[in-house]
Design a protein around this ligand. Structure first.
Ligand code: UD1
Ligand code: UDP
Length: 371
């Protein structure tokens, strides 16, 4: 954390729920090693349930700057973040800036850094869905190509980078910080979370679902098909689906006037501990989230990804995840297959020390580190 006395050598830029969760292990490592940093929040996510609840639960320091950019078109949101992040970085003149993932906050943080005399570290580099229709794909490709340090979670993501001509010397395979966060919190979640009893789920079989990606919820017919497939799968197995609904999806449901079946229980977005607990006890997880695909895989819970592609192919190749697209028949069939699958896959995302490795890699570039 920056005490405001003077400039720090490391800046960390974040803006959304998954970035807070996946950067938490690096922030905690900074605190442990007394590495000073400036924490910049773009304000892309601002609702308590997507933002402050994670700072509380993960015991993270408040951001030094909250740029309050909020929602808007891609161009407005990204443009405003670019200007505001650029101003902060000029003022703080860090040696190294870290961003994580593939959101518009990452794109803005990466571009702003690339215009200045600072090095960029991209955490979770090299993921590719090979689908340029998704805004996240463009964001991650651009961030990778302007980054100086590329922290690839797996050998497969490293290969993607090398194929695009990125020099090997810039790439370090670290595992994914999602594992660090999960290992640190799953036991705490088991002890502290009362989510199962609060929702009457103790000892009951249920499916967990998250659907929020623009390509799935912004188009009415696609969103309806996904809900139909999920509902039919739940009916076939006589279970209920718990759906903590992201505000984007809630907005689209209301706008399209979709009535959700009684078998799908909509709940508010959950804090990380409650969500981890629900994931760990679910029979199957249906999702379009990146982070949730990884967490299901690490927790040993079978996953059905309701998309046409995934930038997490490791989850599929180890047998933890299958793509169902948004076709209702395929969703029902894939859920059935995943319920029958063996649960003995290996976690491909590392040993939970990614945060430590990443900070060790960038720390020599920064001066104010106690070795
Ligand atoms: C963004 C990311 C997506 C990521 C997701 C994580 C981009 C292009 N997309 O999508 O990759 O999976 O975050 O959750 O960066 N809203 C609120 N409260 C908030 C934030 C948003 O109500 O705190 C609502 C607003 O109606 C807003 C909509 O959600 O218009 C979408 O928000 P936005 O930040 O544009 O994208 P996400 O769908 O959250
Ligand atoms: N998550 C959460 N509460 C919820 C839904 C998700 O804490 O109600 C966490 C989940 O554990 C994962 C992250 O949010 O770590 C995934 O974020 P999201 O699905 O919003 O974004 P994506 O990973 O698709 O970019």
């Amino acid at each position: 954390m920056n005490d405001g006395a003077d400039e720090t050598d490391l800046a960390i830029v974040l803006g959304t729920r998954p970035e807070i969760i996946k950067l938490a292990p690096i922030l905690r490592e900074c605190l442990r090693t007394e590495t000073e940093f400036t924490l910049v929040h773009t304000g892309q996510h601002y609702s308590d349930s997507l933002d402050s609840v994670f700072f509380d639960r993960l015991e993270l320091p408040d951001p030094d700057y909250n740029l309050g950019v909020g929602s808007g078109s891609h161009a407005e949101q990204t443009g405003e973040m670019l200007i505001e992040v650029g101003r902060v970085l000029e003022r703080e003149s860090p040696e190294v800036v870290l961003v994580q993932g593939d959101t518009n906050s990452v794109l803005a943080g990466a571009l702003a850094t690339s215009k200045l005399d600072a090095k960029l570290g991209h955490v979770e580099a090299g993921l590719r869905s090979f689908d340029r229709e998704m805004p996240e794909e463009t964001n991650r490709v651009i961030a990778d190509h302007v980054a100086d340090y590329l922290f690839a979670p797996t050998e497969e993501s490293k290969e993607n980078l090398l194929r695009e001509g990125i020099p090997e010397s810039r790439v370090t395979v670290t595992g994914n910080t999602v594992v660090d966060a999960l290992y640190r919190n799953r036991e705490i979640a088991r002890r502290k979370s009362t989510v199962l009893s609060d929702h009457g789920l103790e000892g009951r079989e249920y499916f967990l679902m998250t659907v929020h990606r623009a390509e799935n919820v912004d188009e009415e017919s696609r969103f309806r098909k996904i809900l139909e497939g999920a509902d039919r799968a739940a009916a076939r197995h006589s279970v209920e689906i718990i759906y903590p609904i992201h505000p984007r999806a809630r907005d689209r449901l209301d706008r399209f006037g979709i009535d959700v079946s009684d078998r799908i229980r909509l709940v508010e977005p959950l804090d990380y501990l409650d969500f981890l607990r629900l994931e760990a006890s679910a029979s199957v997880i249906l999702t379009d989230s990146g982070g949730v695909q990884e967490e299901a895989c690490v927790l040993g819970v079978p996953c059905v990804t309701m998309r046409d592609s995934t930038e997490r192919p490791e989850t599929v190749s180890v047998g933890a995840n299958r793509l169902s697209s948004c076709d209702p028949d395929r969703i029902v069939r894939t859920v059935g297959e995943m319920l029958r699958t063996d649960l003995d896959w290996e976690n491909p995302f590392g040993d939970g020390t990614a945060g430590e490795r990443i900070l060790r890699e960038v720390a020599p570039q920064t001066e104010r580190v106690r070795q």
